[in-house]
Design a protein around this ligand. Structure first.
Ligand code: PGA
Length: 268
């Protein structure tokens, strides 16, 4: 049977929905070295465990080199470890790339794909992102798929047009993929012009885009479980306001996730 399960947002005023899980993904990018990543994990180990709970999921995404030690530090704890990317190929002569199978073996349960920094700097296409998704699902890794428009596209009112193009190969791939059945997929809307800039779109824009995304997912009738995340200059000051927006069930946090006190403020 084909069906689509969409995680409705935590805003709905039923008891079950009120306690719904909110996901905080820390994308450290290349901002933390191997040593700094381990220091962060060991210094804040207990505080991170105290923050995580039935309604709070935390995913730390260090660079590839730091995944193994962090997965060991947080082994048997609720803190999940994610990679920041993976190859669109399963295996082979692809110098410098890391496969979904490898990140699975070192303890990743999540993986960011399609981040705008990779789309822009590494010219990754929507089709490549869909290929990566297939490999991740093969190894039961939850994909965190990033989509978002550039400033000029936003200003030209083309946000939905851009997102539609970014989503097309993903939806097509997922519809034809038996392995997608019941898998969890995190879809992160990150306006590119909000990333690292301190600029956040208006609540009206975010309301509109998130409800549009929610209905797109329902219409696409994909046999997977989607949650929608927001990313782009999430901070201790704007987190509460963003959490109240319908259909947002998590954040993808860049700069603010490197400083534990700021990260803590966002989660609390
Ligand atoms: P930012 O980054 O929080 O620093 O804006 C978000 C991201 O790139 O995912």
């Amino acid at each position: 049977m084909r069906y689509s399960v969409f995680h409705v947002s935590h805003h709905i005023s039923t008891k079950a929905a009120m306690t719904k899980e909110f996901i905080y993904v820390a994308n450290w990018k290349m901002n933390a070295t191997f040593r700094e990543s381990i220091d962060f994990a060991t210094t804040n180990h207990d505080d991170l465990l105290a923050l995580a709970g039935p309604s709070t999921q935390i995913v730390l995404c260090p660079s590839f080199d730091s995944i193994t030690p962090l997965a060991q530090i947080f082994d048997t704890t609720p803190i999940a470890i994610g990679a920041q990317d993976c190859s669109s190929r399963a295996k082979g002569s692809y110098t410098g790339q890391v496969s979904a199978q490898s990140i699975h073996q070192v303890g990743c349960t999540h993986c960011i794909i399609g981040h705008s920094e990779r789309r822009l700097l590494n010219h990754e296409s929507n089709e490549e992102v869909a290929e990566k998704l297939i490999h991740l699902l093969d190894f039961d890794i939850t994909p965190i798929v990033c989509i978002g428009e550039l400033l000029e596209e936003y200003e030209a009112g083309k946000t939905q047009e851009v997102l539609t193009m970014q989503l097309a190969p993903l939806f097509e791939t997922l519809s034809a993929l038996p392995a997608a059945q019941n898998k969890s997929i995190l879809l992160a809307y990150e306006p590119v012009w909000s990333i690292g800039t301190g600029k956040v779109a208006s609540v009206e824009h975010l309301h509109e885009i998130f409800s549009w995304l929610a209905s797109r997912i329902v219409t696409a009738s994909i046999p997977a479980r989607f949650s929608l995340l927001y990313g782009g200059s999430v901070s201790g000051d704007n987190a509460q306001k963003l959490k109240e927006i319908d259909n947002i069930s998590g954040f993808l946090i860049g700069r603010a996730s490197i400083d534990f006190q700021v990260f803590k403020k966002i989660v609390q």
